[in-house]
Design a protein around this ligand. Sequence first.
Ligand code: FES
Length: 111
Amino acid sequence: MYYERHIFVCENVREAGPRESCGPKGSGELRDYLKSSVKKTCPGRRIRVNKAGCLDRCEEGPTVVVYPEGRWFRLASRADVDRFVAAYLKNDSVDGIEDLRLPDTHPSRRS
Ligand code: FES
């Protein structure tokens, strides 16, 4: 695997329409903050942070997905990013950050 973790942050901006979008909720600034935080706190780790277009979970955003696990999160503030980095990226645990998680399973596959 090329990266240990590949993190995609939706930065889509939807100008008009019935659906919300992540960009106006500050996801661009949060991606920058996440990227610098990863650089500072996880040196030498092969963790890549990239911006993404719409991930089709607009109302749940700012939406973040991490591969290869395919885990989904909602990171809405710098404090959320700090908790995500400390628990998940540094310690490989979702303990204590359950409130940041989004369901990993597509709605069509949930029973
Ligand atoms: S606008 Fe972010 S998931 Fe659709």
